[in-house]
Ligand binder design. Structure first.
Ligand SMILES: [Cu+2]
Length: 418
Protein backbone atom coordinates (compact mmCIF):
# COMPACT_ATOMS: atom_id res chain seq x y z
CA UNK A 1 0.00 0.00 0.00
CA UNK A 2 1.36 3.35 -0.98
CA UNK A 3 0.90 5.84 1.83
CA UNK A 4 2.41 9.30 1.93
CA UNK A 5 4.67 8.14 4.73
CA UNK A 6 5.97 5.24 2.63
CA UNK A 7 6.43 7.55 -0.31
CA UNK A 8 8.55 9.93 1.78
CA UNK A 9 10.50 7.03 3.19
CA UNK A 10 11.08 5.61 -0.31
CA UNK A 11 12.05 9.03 -1.65
CA UNK A 12 14.56 9.58 1.11
CA UNK A 13 15.89 6.04 0.68
CA UNK A 14 16.45 6.83 -2.99
CA UNK A 15 18.39 9.97 -2.15
CA UNK A 16 20.37 7.99 0.43
CA UNK A 17 21.23 5.38 -2.20
CA UNK A 18 22.25 8.03 -4.71
CA UNK A 19 24.52 10.10 -2.46
CA UNK A 20 24.97 8.22 0.78
CA UNK A 21 23.37 11.17 2.52
CA UNK A 22 19.70 11.23 3.58
CA UNK A 23 17.94 14.26 2.12
CA UNK A 24 14.42 15.64 1.93
CA UNK A 25 13.87 18.71 -0.20
CA UNK A 26 10.59 20.42 0.49
CA UNK A 27 9.38 23.97 0.46
CA UNK A 28 7.35 23.19 3.56
CA UNK A 29 10.57 22.30 5.38
CA UNK A 30 12.22 25.62 6.03
CA UNK A 31 13.73 26.66 9.32
CA UNK A 32 11.66 29.17 11.32
CA UNK A 33 12.93 32.75 11.42
CA UNK A 34 13.32 35.03 14.44
CA UNK A 35 15.45 32.52 16.27
CA UNK A 36 17.05 35.23 18.38
CA UNK A 37 13.69 36.25 19.82
CA UNK A 38 12.69 35.15 23.30
CA UNK A 39 10.05 32.42 23.46
CA UNK A 40 7.02 34.28 24.80
CA UNK A 41 5.74 31.36 26.87
CA UNK A 42 9.07 30.32 28.39
CA UNK A 43 8.76 28.77 31.83
CA UNK A 44 12.45 28.27 32.49
CA UNK A 45 14.64 31.07 33.83
CA UNK A 46 17.95 30.42 32.08
CA UNK A 47 20.73 32.15 34.06
CA UNK A 48 22.24 34.88 31.86
CA UNK A 49 20.29 33.38 28.96
CA UNK A 50 16.96 32.88 27.26
CA UNK A 51 14.66 30.26 25.77
CA UNK A 52 14.67 29.58 22.03
CA UNK A 53 11.76 30.88 19.99
CA UNK A 54 9.75 28.33 18.03
CA UNK A 55 7.08 28.08 15.35
CA UNK A 56 4.09 25.73 15.11
CA UNK A 57 3.98 24.11 11.67
CA UNK A 58 0.70 22.17 11.60
CA UNK A 59 1.09 19.95 14.70
CA UNK A 60 4.88 20.15 14.79
CA UNK A 61 6.86 22.49 17.06
CA UNK A 62 9.85 23.79 15.06
CA UNK A 63 13.13 25.23 16.35
CA UNK A 64 16.23 26.51 14.55
CA UNK A 65 19.71 26.34 16.05
CA UNK A 66 22.61 27.97 14.21
CA UNK A 67 26.13 26.88 15.14
CA UNK A 68 28.42 29.90 14.78
CA UNK A 69 31.39 31.79 16.23
CA UNK A 70 30.45 34.18 19.05
CA UNK A 71 32.27 36.98 20.80
CA UNK A 72 31.67 36.16 24.48
CA UNK A 73 32.29 38.08 27.71
CA UNK A 74 32.83 35.79 30.73
CA UNK A 75 32.85 38.74 33.14
CA UNK A 76 34.08 42.32 32.80
CA UNK A 77 37.75 42.08 31.89
CA UNK A 78 37.67 38.89 29.81
CA UNK A 79 36.18 38.46 26.34
CA UNK A 80 36.94 35.54 24.04
CA UNK A 81 36.43 34.08 20.63
CA UNK A 82 34.03 31.23 21.39
CA UNK A 83 31.63 29.04 19.44
CA UNK A 84 27.96 28.74 20.31
CA UNK A 85 24.42 28.80 18.94
CA UNK A 86 22.27 31.74 17.79
CA UNK A 87 24.79 34.27 19.04
CA UNK A 88 25.52 32.94 22.52
CA UNK A 89 27.29 30.31 24.58
CA UNK A 90 25.54 28.35 25.86
CA UNK A 91 22.91 28.37 23.12
CA UNK A 92 19.32 29.26 24.00
CA UNK A 93 17.29 26.82 26.10
CA UNK A 94 14.88 24.58 24.20
CA UNK A 95 11.56 24.05 26.01
CA UNK A 96 9.12 21.36 24.88
CA UNK A 97 6.34 19.34 26.48
CA UNK A 98 6.06 15.58 26.74
CA UNK A 99 3.93 14.21 23.89
CA UNK A 100 4.79 16.95 21.36
CA UNK A 101 6.10 16.27 17.88
CA UNK A 102 9.24 18.41 17.47
CA UNK A 103 11.43 19.35 14.50
CA UNK A 104 14.86 20.87 15.12
CA UNK A 105 16.76 22.53 12.26
CA UNK A 106 20.51 22.77 12.80
CA UNK A 107 22.50 25.06 10.50
CA UNK A 108 26.28 24.98 10.53
CA UNK A 109 27.91 28.41 10.12
CA UNK A 110 31.31 27.22 11.37
CA UNK A 111 34.31 26.47 9.18
CA UNK A 112 34.38 22.83 10.25
CA UNK A 113 31.72 20.16 10.30
CA UNK A 114 29.54 19.47 13.34
CA UNK A 115 26.46 17.48 14.43
CA UNK A 116 23.88 17.85 17.16
CA UNK A 117 23.39 15.29 19.90
CA UNK A 118 20.29 15.51 22.12
CA UNK A 119 21.80 14.41 25.42
CA UNK A 120 19.37 12.26 27.41
CA UNK A 121 16.61 12.25 24.80
CA UNK A 122 14.66 9.08 24.01
CA UNK A 123 14.50 9.13 20.23
CA UNK A 124 14.96 7.02 17.10
CA UNK A 125 18.64 6.07 16.80
CA UNK A 126 19.03 7.96 13.53
CA UNK A 127 18.13 11.25 15.29
CA UNK A 128 20.89 10.87 17.92
CA UNK A 129 23.38 13.06 16.04
CA UNK A 130 26.55 10.98 16.33
CA UNK A 131 28.86 11.99 13.48
CA UNK A 132 29.99 9.00 11.49
CA UNK A 133 27.70 6.60 13.36
CA UNK A 134 24.10 7.75 12.89
CA UNK A 135 24.66 10.36 10.16
CA UNK A 136 27.32 12.04 8.04
CA UNK A 137 28.64 15.25 9.61
CA UNK A 138 26.85 18.56 9.00
CA UNK A 139 29.21 20.38 6.64
CA UNK A 140 29.72 24.17 6.77
CA UNK A 141 26.70 25.88 5.19
CA UNK A 142 24.41 22.85 5.51
CA UNK A 143 21.16 22.60 7.47
CA UNK A 144 20.08 19.23 8.87
CA UNK A 145 16.75 18.34 10.43
CA UNK A 146 16.04 16.21 13.49
CA UNK A 147 12.51 15.24 14.46
CA UNK A 148 10.76 12.92 16.86
CA UNK A 149 7.84 12.66 19.26
CA UNK A 150 8.84 13.46 22.83
CA UNK A 151 7.97 10.64 25.22
CA UNK A 152 9.68 11.60 28.48
CA UNK A 153 10.15 14.65 30.69
CA UNK A 154 13.18 16.03 32.51
CA UNK A 155 16.30 18.17 32.27
CA UNK A 156 18.24 17.32 29.11
CA UNK A 157 21.05 19.00 27.19
CA UNK A 158 22.31 19.41 23.64
CA UNK A 159 25.88 19.47 22.32
CA UNK A 160 27.83 18.44 19.20
CA UNK A 161 29.09 14.88 18.74
CA UNK A 162 31.79 15.94 16.28
CA UNK A 163 35.28 17.20 17.21
CA UNK A 164 33.78 17.33 20.69
CA UNK A 165 36.98 18.22 22.50
CA UNK A 166 37.28 21.45 20.52
CA UNK A 167 33.65 22.33 19.94
CA UNK A 168 32.65 21.87 23.58
CA UNK A 169 35.84 23.57 24.83
CA UNK A 170 34.71 26.59 22.77
CA UNK A 171 31.25 26.60 24.37
CA UNK A 172 28.90 24.66 22.07
CA UNK A 173 26.14 23.38 24.35
CA UNK A 174 22.66 24.18 25.59
CA UNK A 175 19.78 23.11 27.82
CA UNK A 176 16.85 21.05 26.56
CA UNK A 177 13.99 21.04 29.06
CA UNK A 178 10.99 18.75 28.66
CA UNK A 179 7.97 19.69 30.76
CA UNK A 180 5.66 16.87 31.91
CA UNK A 181 2.31 16.53 30.15
CA UNK A 182 0.49 16.17 33.48
CA UNK A 183 1.49 18.81 36.05
CA UNK A 184 3.29 17.35 39.06
CA UNK A 185 3.09 18.56 42.67
CA UNK A 186 4.13 20.53 44.59
CA UNK A 187 3.89 23.34 42.04
CA UNK A 188 7.20 25.06 41.25
CA UNK A 189 7.12 28.89 41.41
CA UNK A 190 10.61 29.69 40.08
CA UNK A 191 12.32 27.27 37.68
CA UNK A 192 16.02 28.12 37.14
CA UNK A 193 18.49 26.28 34.90
CA UNK A 194 22.16 26.48 33.96
CA UNK A 195 25.10 24.44 32.67
CA UNK A 196 28.47 23.92 34.34
CA UNK A 197 31.58 24.35 32.23
CA UNK A 198 35.35 24.89 32.41
CA UNK A 199 37.57 26.90 30.11
CA UNK A 200 41.32 27.06 29.50
CA UNK A 201 41.41 30.83 28.94
CA UNK A 202 45.06 31.39 29.70
CA UNK A 203 45.91 34.87 31.03
CA UNK A 204 46.60 37.25 28.16
CA UNK A 205 44.86 35.11 25.50
CA UNK A 206 41.60 35.51 23.56
CA UNK A 207 40.60 31.94 22.65
CA UNK A 208 39.98 28.95 24.92
CA UNK A 209 42.67 26.27 24.62
CA UNK A 210 40.98 22.96 23.72
CA UNK A 211 44.02 20.80 24.54
CA UNK A 212 43.87 21.37 28.31
CA UNK A 213 42.55 18.43 30.35
CA UNK A 214 42.82 19.45 34.01
CA UNK A 215 44.28 22.90 34.75
CA UNK A 216 41.42 25.16 33.70
CA UNK A 217 41.35 28.92 34.24
CA UNK A 218 37.64 29.72 34.25
CA UNK A 219 34.74 27.87 35.89
CA UNK A 220 31.32 28.97 34.74
CA UNK A 221 27.56 28.81 35.27
CA UNK A 222 26.15 29.24 31.75
CA UNK A 223 29.51 30.49 30.47
CA UNK A 224 29.68 33.34 33.02
CA UNK A 225 31.91 33.74 36.07
CA UNK A 226 31.18 35.62 39.28
CA UNK A 227 30.47 38.54 39.53
CA UNK A 228 28.78 38.38 36.09
CA UNK A 229 26.54 35.39 36.92
CA UNK A 230 22.89 36.39 37.43
CA UNK A 231 21.55 36.21 40.97
CA UNK A 232 18.63 33.85 41.58
CA UNK A 233 15.61 35.67 43.06
CA UNK A 234 12.56 34.40 44.93
CA UNK A 235 9.88 35.50 47.36
CA UNK A 236 9.92 33.93 50.82
CA UNK A 237 8.15 30.56 50.71
CA UNK A 238 8.38 30.19 46.92
CA UNK A 239 9.02 26.68 45.69
CA UNK A 240 12.29 27.07 43.79
CA UNK A 241 13.76 24.48 41.44
CA UNK A 242 17.30 24.77 40.12
CA UNK A 243 18.27 22.49 37.24
CA UNK A 244 22.00 21.95 36.79
CA UNK A 245 23.64 20.14 33.88
CA UNK A 246 27.36 19.40 33.66
CA UNK A 247 29.20 19.43 30.33
CA UNK A 248 32.58 20.33 31.86
CA UNK A 249 35.51 17.97 32.50
CA UNK A 250 35.14 17.93 36.32
CA UNK A 251 32.47 16.85 38.79
CA UNK A 252 31.04 19.78 40.74
CA UNK A 253 29.62 19.60 44.29
CA UNK A 254 26.94 22.27 44.08
CA UNK A 255 26.23 23.78 47.48
CA UNK A 256 23.40 26.02 48.73
CA UNK A 257 23.51 27.87 52.04
CA UNK A 258 20.61 28.26 54.46
CA UNK A 259 18.36 25.51 53.12
CA UNK A 260 18.02 21.78 53.02
CA UNK A 261 17.12 21.24 49.42
CA UNK A 262 15.76 18.03 47.97
CA UNK A 263 17.27 16.31 44.98
CA UNK A 264 14.08 15.86 43.00
CA UNK A 265 14.95 15.05 39.43
CA UNK A 266 17.35 14.68 36.52
CA UNK A 267 17.21 13.63 32.88
CA UNK A 268 14.82 10.99 34.24
CA UNK A 269 12.24 13.67 35.06
CA UNK A 270 10.86 14.65 38.45
CA UNK A 271 11.41 11.65 40.71
CA UNK A 272 8.62 10.12 42.83
CA UNK A 273 8.68 11.91 46.22
CA UNK A 274 9.58 8.64 47.96
CA UNK A 275 13.12 8.91 46.59
CA UNK A 276 13.70 12.65 47.10
CA UNK A 277 16.68 13.16 49.44
CA UNK A 278 17.55 16.14 51.63
CA UNK A 279 21.05 17.54 50.99
CA UNK A 280 23.00 20.76 51.23
CA UNK A 281 25.50 19.74 48.55
CA UNK A 282 24.88 17.62 45.47
CA UNK A 283 27.62 16.43 43.16
CA UNK A 284 26.68 16.93 39.53
CA UNK A 285 28.91 14.53 37.66
CA UNK A 286 30.21 15.06 34.15
CA UNK A 287 27.40 14.39 31.69
CA UNK A 288 24.78 14.39 34.47
CA UNK A 289 21.80 16.60 35.21
CA UNK A 290 20.35 17.20 38.66
CA UNK A 291 17.26 19.13 39.77
CA UNK A 292 17.14 20.48 43.31
CA UNK A 293 14.12 22.06 45.00
CA UNK A 294 13.54 24.03 48.18
CA UNK A 295 11.10 26.39 49.87
CA UNK A 296 12.85 29.76 49.83
CA UNK A 297 14.01 31.23 53.16
CA UNK A 298 14.66 35.00 53.35
CA UNK A 299 18.29 36.08 53.07
CA UNK A 300 21.24 36.48 50.70
CA UNK A 301 22.38 32.89 50.42
CA UNK A 302 25.64 31.86 48.78
CA UNK A 303 25.20 29.26 46.04
CA UNK A 304 28.35 27.80 44.54
CA UNK A 305 30.52 24.86 43.59
CA UNK A 306 32.36 23.64 46.69
CA UNK A 307 35.68 22.96 44.93
CA UNK A 308 37.57 25.98 46.30
CA UNK A 309 39.49 26.60 43.06
CA UNK A 310 36.22 26.53 41.13
CA UNK A 311 35.14 29.72 42.94
CA UNK A 312 38.29 31.56 41.81
CA UNK A 313 39.17 33.38 38.62
CA UNK A 314 42.32 32.69 36.61
CA UNK A 315 45.53 32.09 38.52
CA UNK A 316 49.01 30.81 37.88
CA UNK A 317 49.24 27.13 38.78
CA UNK A 318 53.03 26.89 38.87
CA UNK A 319 53.73 29.80 41.18
CA UNK A 320 55.78 29.08 44.35
CA UNK A 321 53.82 29.07 47.62
CA UNK A 322 54.55 32.47 49.22
CA UNK A 323 52.41 32.11 52.35
CA UNK A 324 54.67 32.58 55.38
CA UNK A 325 57.57 33.85 53.25
CA UNK A 326 58.67 37.29 54.46
CA UNK A 327 58.81 39.51 51.35
CA UNK A 328 58.14 43.05 52.49
CA UNK A 329 61.74 44.22 52.83
CA UNK A 330 62.50 42.69 49.44
CA UNK A 331 59.84 44.58 47.53
CA UNK A 332 61.54 47.99 47.63
CA UNK A 333 64.86 46.51 46.56
CA UNK A 334 63.32 44.57 43.67
CA UNK A 335 61.46 47.72 42.58
CA UNK A 336 64.79 49.40 42.00
CA UNK A 337 65.42 46.79 39.31
CA UNK A 338 61.82 46.04 38.23
CA UNK A 339 59.76 49.23 38.41
CA UNK A 340 56.18 48.63 39.57
CA UNK A 341 57.06 45.23 41.04
CA UNK A 342 54.26 44.02 43.28
CA UNK A 343 53.88 40.96 45.44
CA UNK A 344 51.28 39.40 47.63
CA UNK A 345 50.53 36.28 49.60
CA UNK A 346 52.82 36.59 52.62
CA UNK A 347 49.89 36.20 55.05
CA UNK A 348 47.42 34.47 52.71
CA UNK A 349 45.68 35.51 49.52
CA UNK A 350 42.94 37.79 50.88
CA UNK A 351 45.06 40.89 50.32
CA UNK A 352 44.79 40.10 46.62
CA UNK A 353 41.11 41.09 46.83
CA UNK A 354 42.08 44.36 48.55
CA UNK A 355 44.40 45.17 45.64
CA UNK A 356 41.53 44.46 43.21
CA UNK A 357 39.06 46.62 45.09
CA UNK A 358 41.77 49.32 45.05
CA UNK A 359 41.80 49.06 41.25
CA UNK A 360 45.22 47.47 40.99
CA UNK A 361 44.56 44.37 38.90
CA UNK A 362 41.95 45.96 36.63
CA UNK A 363 44.48 47.49 34.30
CA UNK A 364 47.89 46.26 35.37
CA UNK A 365 47.62 42.47 35.02
CA UNK A 366 47.87 40.42 31.83
CA UNK A 367 45.64 41.67 28.98
CA UNK A 368 42.08 40.30 28.75
CA UNK A 369 42.32 38.68 32.18
CA UNK A 370 39.83 39.17 34.99
CA UNK A 371 41.09 39.21 38.58
CA UNK A 372 41.46 35.95 40.49
CA UNK A 373 38.86 37.13 43.04
CA UNK A 374 36.31 39.84 42.73
CA UNK A 375 33.00 41.25 43.95
CA UNK A 376 32.15 43.78 46.64
CA UNK A 377 29.48 43.16 49.29
CA UNK A 378 28.01 45.44 51.95
CA UNK A 379 30.80 44.49 54.37
CA UNK A 380 33.83 44.22 52.09
CA UNK A 381 35.34 42.20 49.24
CA UNK A 382 33.50 38.93 48.54
CA UNK A 383 36.76 37.29 47.37
CA UNK A 384 35.12 34.93 44.93
CA UNK A 385 35.17 34.18 41.22
CA UNK A 386 34.10 31.34 38.95
CA UNK A 387 31.11 29.22 40.01
CA UNK A 388 29.56 31.49 42.62
CA UNK A 389 26.35 33.46 42.84
CA UNK A 390 23.72 34.46 45.40
CA UNK A 391 20.14 33.30 45.97
CA UNK A 392 18.26 36.43 47.07
CA UNK A 393 15.01 35.73 48.91
CA UNK A 394 12.80 38.48 50.32
CA UNK A 395 9.41 38.73 52.04
CA UNK A 396 8.65 41.79 49.92
CA UNK A 397 10.44 41.05 46.64
CA UNK A 398 8.79 42.96 43.77
CA UNK A 399 9.06 40.00 41.38
CA UNK A 400 11.50 41.62 38.96
CA UNK A 401 14.32 43.78 40.32
CA UNK A 402 17.42 43.26 42.47
CA UNK A 403 16.32 44.06 46.04
CA UNK A 404 19.87 44.99 47.10
CA UNK A 405 21.60 43.53 50.15
CA UNK A 406 19.69 41.75 52.89
CA UNK A 407 18.68 43.66 56.02
CA UNK A 408 19.31 41.34 58.94
CA UNK A 409 16.91 41.48 61.87
CA UNK A 410 18.23 42.58 65.27
CA UNK A 411 19.82 39.62 67.03
CA UNK A 412 20.11 37.66 63.79
CA UNK A 413 23.61 38.62 62.68
CA UNK A 414 27.08 37.67 63.91
CA UNK A 415 28.66 40.37 66.08
CA UNK A 416 32.11 41.36 67.31
CA UNK A 417 33.00 40.85 70.97
CA UNK A 418 33.95 44.25 72.41
CU1 LIG B 1 33.38 22.78 40.69
Amino acid sequence: MSTRRNFIRDASMLSLLATGIPMRASAALAPPANTKKNAADARIITLNGRSLDYRMNAEVKEFHLIAEPVEHEFAPGTVAKCWGYNGTTPGPTIEVTEGERIRLFVTNNLNEHTTMHWHGALLPCGMDGIGGVTQPHIQPGETWVYEWTVRQHGTLMYHPHADEMTQMAFGMMGLFIVHPKQPTTPKVDRDYAFLLHNWAMHPGTYRPDPSVMVDFDLWTFNSKTFPAIDYLYASSGDRVRIRVGNLSMWNHPIHLHGHQFYVTGSDGGRYPQAIWRPEVTEIVGVGQMRDIEFDAVPGDWAFHCHMAHHTMGPMSHNFPNMVGVQQRDLVERIRQVVPGYWTHGENGMAEHAQHIVGGHHRNSGPANTMPMMDGMGPYGPIEMGGMFTIVKVRDDWDGKSNPGWFNHLPGEQAYKLE
